[in-house]
Design a protein around this ligand. Structure first.
Ligand code: NAP
Length: 462
C-alpha cells in the first residue's frame, strides 16, 4: 500500500507534535506536509511564549528533529483559505489535521473597550514577540499605570514584561520595536485584576513566584485577599491552588521596598467601564467593581458584583481574558467555544457526524488551555484516532501524489518558504544576534523573512 499522505495545517506545538507522532510510529508509512501561513514555523513557541522564558522555547529542538525526517515537508507562507481551500486539501491528501491554534484575542465587553489604549493580550503578546501582524500595534507606554484584566498566566506574562528591567529583556529575543518602546516606558504600576478570588486564580505557582523575584519591582498583595493559613484546609486544596496560595501569602507578607515599579495583584475585582479622554480619546481611567463569590447552579464559584464601584486612573488596559480560534471556510465552527466542532479528535459536521479524513489537535480542538507539553498528549490522541480510521478503511484515499501537490502549491504561492528557507531565516536571525549576546534578533515582516529565506540580507526590499 502507498504511504498515507497527511496535511497538517499549522506548525505550532500541536502541529509539530502531531507530525512527530505520525512519523515516529512504525505501523504504517506516512508522508507529512505541514502548512503555515507565515514563513516561520513554531506558532505560539515563537510568538506566544514570553521572551524571558527561553527554556520553554527549547522544545523547537524536538521539532527540528521531526523536520529532518525524509517524509516531512514544510510549506511556509501558504495560507489555507487564501492560497488553497479546505476542500482542495481534502482532495489532495488522505487526511488533514487542523492545528491552527486560537490566535484571536478576547476583549471584555464593556463600554470603552475599543478606545485607544486597550489591547487584547493576543495583540500585546504578539507585538512584543515580533508577530508580523502585530508589529505596527500602537502601544502607548507613556502612561504611569496599566491595568491587566484576567488572572491566567498570560496576564502575569503581560504584567511582568511591562515592569521588567529592559537591561534584562535586551538579552532575549524580544522584538526590537518592543524593546525600544519598553526602554522609554513611563509605566510604574501594573494592576492585575482577577474577577474571582485568590483561590480561583488560573495562573500557576512558578509564574506567580517569579513576580516576587523581579529586581526593582515590589509586588503588592492585600493580606485580606489571601485565605489565612489553615493546615487541614490547605492540605485539602488541589496542588496548584495550594501552591498559588502559598506564594500569594509570601508576597502579601513581604514589606514593599519602595521600588520604582510595582505589580499590584487585586482579587474579586471586575472592570465594568473604561473611560477615555473626551469623546473617543485614549484611556484615562477604569471603573472597577468589587465582587463577592456565589455558588453557581452547576456548583462552580462565580463572581457577583456587590454594587461598589471605584474609578482608578490608568492609561493602558490589557485584556488577558482568553483566546478564540478563527474559522476556515468549509470547516464547521463552534462560535461559542471558538473551536472547530469536534468529537474524539475528529472534525464533525453540524449534524454531529465526522467529516471523513478531517482531524483537529491543540487549542483549535480543546480551546486555549494547558501548557506546551499538554499538546504532546493531545497530538498522540489525534494521531491514534487518525491511524485507527485509516487502518479500518474509514479514510477515503486521495488520487493525488506528493509531487503533484508540491507543483500545485509552487504554482500558486509566489514566495513559498520550505524548511531549508526557514533554516536560512534562523541562521540569519541568530547571526544578527551574535554580537549582541542575544539568542536571536527576530525579523518581524514577511518580506524580510522571505528575503532571508532566499539567502538575502533580511532587509525589506525597496
Ligand atoms: P486562562 O488560564 O484560561 O485565564 C483566563 C483568565 O481570564 C481567567 O483568570 C479568567 O477568569 C479570566 N476571564 C475570562 N473571562 C473574563 C471576564 N469576562 N472578566 C474577567 N476575567 C475573565 O488563559 P490564559 O491566561 O490566556 O492562558 C491560556 C493558557 O496558556 C493557559 O493554560 C495558561 O496556563 C497557558 N500559559 C502558560 C504559560 C506558562 O506556562 N508560563 C504562559 C502563558 C500561558 P475566570 O477563571 O474567573 O474565568
Amino acid at each position: 500500500m502507498t504511504a498515507l499522505r497527511v496535511a497538517i495545517v499549522g506548525s505550532g506545538p500541536s502541529g509539530f507534535f502531531a507530525a512527530g507522532n505520525l512519523l515516529e510510529q512504525d505501523d504504517v508509512e506516512v508522508q507529512v506536509d505541514v502548512f503555515d501561513r507565515l514563513p516561520t514555523p513554531f506558532g505560539l513557541v515563537r510568538y506566544g511564549v514570553a521572551p524571558d522564558h527561553p527554556a520553554i522555547k527549547s522544545v523547537t529542538k524536538i521539532f527540528d528533529r521531526t523536520a529532518q525526517h525524509e517524509n516531512f515537508r514544510y510549506f511556509g507562507n501558504v495560507e489555507v483559505a487564501t492560497h488553497v481551500t479546505a476542500a482542495e486539501l481534502a482532495q489532495w491528501y488522505d487526511a488533514v489535521i487542523y492545528a491552527i491554534g486560537a490566535s484571536g484575542g478576547r476583549r471584555l465587553e464593556v463600554d470603552g473597550a475599543w478606545l485607544p489604549g486597550n489591547h487584547p493580550s493576543s495583540d500585546f503578546v504578539g507585538w512584543y514577540n515580533g508577530h508580523p501582524d502585530r508589529r505596527e500595534l500602537d502601544v502607548d507606554l507613556g502612561v504611569e499605570r496599566a491595568v491587566v484584566i484576567g488572572n491566567g498566566n498570560v496576564a502575569l506574562d503581560a504584567a511582568r514584561i511591562l515592569v521588567t528591567d529592559t537591561d534584562k529583556l535586551a538579552g532575549t529575543d524580544m522584538a526590537d520595536h518592543a524593546l525600544r518602546a519598553l526602554h522609554g516606558s513611563a509605566v510604574r504600576e501594573v494592576v492585575v485584576l482577577g474577577r474571582r478570588g485568590a483561590e480561583q486564580a488560573a495562573f500557576t505557582p512558578a509564574e506567580v513566584a517569579e513576580l516576587g523575584k523581579l529586581p526593582g519591582v515590589d509586588v503588592i498583595v492585600d493580606p485580606a485577599d489571601v485565605p489565612e493559613e489553615d493546615k487541614e484546609r490547605d492540605k485539602a486544596r488541589p496542588p496548584v491552588e495550594r501552591n498559588n496560595i502559598k506564594q500569594l501569602r509570601r508576597l502579601a507578607a513581604a514589606e514593599p521596598t519602595g521600588a520604582d515599579r510595582r505589580i499590584v495583584l487585586r482579587f474579586l475585582r471586575s472592570v465594568v467601564g473604561i473611560n477615555g479622554e473626551g469623546k473617543g480619546g485614549p484611556v484615562r481611567s477604569v471603573s472597577i467593581a468589587r465582587n463577592e463569590l456565589v455558588e453557581g447552579e452547576d456548583g462552580t464559584v462565580e463572581a457577583q458584583p456587590t454594587g461598589h464601584v471605584d474609578e482608578h486612573d490608568a492609561g493602558l488596559v490589557i485584556h488577558a481574558v482568553g483566546y478564540h480560534g478563527t474559522p476556515i471556510p468549509g470547516i464547521p465552527f463552534d462560535t461559542e467555544r471558538g473551536v472547530f466542532r469536534n468529537a474524539d479528535s475528529r472534525i464533525v459536521g453540524y449534524d454531529g457526524e465526522p467529516l471523513p479524513g478531517h482531524y483537529v489537535v491543540g487549542w483549535i480542538k480543546r480551546g486555549p488551555s494547558g501548557v506546551i507539553p499538554t499538546n504532546r498528549d493531545c497530538a498522540r490522541d489525534t494521531v491514534s484516532v487518525l491511524l485507527a480510521d485509516a487502518a479500518e478503511g474509514r479514510i477515503p484515499r486521495s488520487a493525488f501524489d506528493g509531487a503533484q501537490v508540491e507543483k500545485l502549491i509552487a504554482e500558486r504561492v509566489e514566495n513559498l518558504v520550505e524548511y531549508d528557507g526557514w533554516m536560512a531565516i534562523d541562521a540569519h536571525e541568530t547571526a544578527l544576534a551574535e554580537e549582541h549576546d542575544r539568542p536571536r534578533v527576530k525579523l518581524t515582516s514577511v518580506d524580510e523573512m522571505v528575503d532571508a529565506a532566499l539567502g538575502g540580507s533580511g532587509e525589506t526590499p525597496a
